[in-house]
Design a protein around this ligand. Structure first.
Ligand SMILES: [Zn+2]
Length: 111
């Protein structure tokens, strides 16, 4: 969340999009609570938190195929090998920010 503050400068942030990998096992309510704590007193305070779930996927080292990893344990759906390299699903990052000023310029224009 410190990343969010640095990019925002002194402008009010209205919305924060966060990518949350499936393997992070994040409880949305817990993350929202933590967000409110770190956002307090910063331009991010009061911003809407939008969580985007990223499904887990990997690359099997045994058969070389890409495989979805919908649940634990992580194993290749094709050959059943456990030797799988996780390629996505471990994310926990701020994807984008909506700033108050940008909303004003790119917002609806009455004709
Ligand atoms: Zn495999």
């Amino acid at each position: 969340m410190s990343i969010a503050c640095r990019h925002a400068g002194d402008r009010q942030v209205t919305k924060v999009d966060v990518k949350v990998g499936h393997l992070r096992q994040v409880v949305p309510t817990a993350l929202e609570f933590a967000f409110e704590l770190v956002a307090h007193g910063t331009p991010v305070e009061g911003a809407e938190l939008e969580l985007e779930a990223v499904p887990a996927a990997g690359l099997c080292r045994t058969c070389g195929e890409g495989t979805p990893l919908p649940e634990l344990p992580l194993l290749c759906r094709r050959c059943g090998s456990f030797d799988v390299e996780v390629t996505q699903g471990e994310e926990l990052l701020v994807d984008s920010l909506e700033l108050e000023n940008e909303m004003a310029t790119s917002g609806e224009v009455s004709v």
